[in-house]
Design a protein around this ligand. Sequence first.
Ligand code: FMN
Length: 366
Amino acid sequence: MILCNSMTGDSLPVRRLRPAELVKSYDHIGIAAPMVRYSKLPFRMLAQEYGAHITHTPMILAQEFGLSATARDSDFTVRPDERGLFRAKGRRISCLSETARTRLEMMGEAVPGDAMVADADHLVQGCMVIQFAASEPVALADAAELVAGHVDAIDINCGCPQSWAYKECIGSYLLRQPDKVRNLIRGVKLRLGEDFPVHIKIRIDTDPQLTAQLMTTAVEAGAELITVHGRTRNQPSDSVPVNLSGIQHAVQVGRKLGVPVVANGDIFCLDDARRTLEQTGADAVMAARGLMSNPCLFAGYKSTPGHGINRFVELAVTTGFNTGLFHRTVAHMTVDGLPKSDALRMNAHPSIASLIEHVAKLYPVA
Ligand SMILES: Cc1cc2nc3c(=O)[nH]c(=O)nc-3n(C[C@H](O)[C@H](O)[C@H](O)COP(=O)(O)O)c2cc1C
């Protein structure tokens, strides 16, 4: 399809791919993780503009989503234009969307060194994936049916380690229940068609054979992309480093099965992303906490630049965002770049208006 890019007037053909194809077709695809409370619409838009080619919604409970309009309204806000367009050639893809590139150029801001593909011959559209937590195939299929027209894939959470989730037979409970995972995937496929993309996000197991068994069953049922967080169910992210050889094992299993594997864990800058790709052989990387504190990391920024923070405020105000989450998200993304006194003030604002005023003073628009 040939589309005129209204921002630049360029006429480059636009490729729209499913996420698994995107990951297989280009090098250095960046993926924004599902994050409860954080990976909401304005955060996803910001992260995608700054190089997260694939974004995820937070984990949504399929059962509640299917049954309650209130749950749907609070959990799921999407925009057709939340996906970015990225310049590309061959296997190279830019890590700034066209929206971000033109905005930075208009502001006279330097674009990070290798963020762009100067000789691009086509544009690629980013993807957005919804993540569900489920234990019952019918509940998952019901929820999936409600969102199918708005998302590029459905991801099934097989990693949430919290005890309430385990008791509900969702999240990491599923890691040793391959039959249940197969039934969940089959439920979606039977309802939406074999072609509808379904992914799973797992953690590694202390017994690598069990990881291999889970992956094999999921792929046989139709899963076409697997994200592997390199920690076991009992390993907390803040005290146990990611196990890259555990991910590497899963990548080797994925190779045999012919399914792309995404590596997740401890990616806080581009060097971490490159090292993870090199050491695991994964097809792409996913970041969570790194993007919380710096949603622009995939574009090569070391901490959130002022134009990224201003853009988040603009997106949050124009798309509508829960007040408390707005505050927490801004506080997270500013904390690394600010002196302690300013970071503490950022946390203490009594209202959104005063927070926005503070942000405007700290990061004046050029
Ligand atoms: C605030 C927060 C919320 C999270 N919510 C989810 C979620 O909804 N679904 C999920 O699969 N993982 C969730 N995770 C786990 C991350 O997606 C990721 O697997 C984990 O943090 C390891 O990646 P990291 O080292 O880049 O943070 C969450 C993590 C954080 C920090």
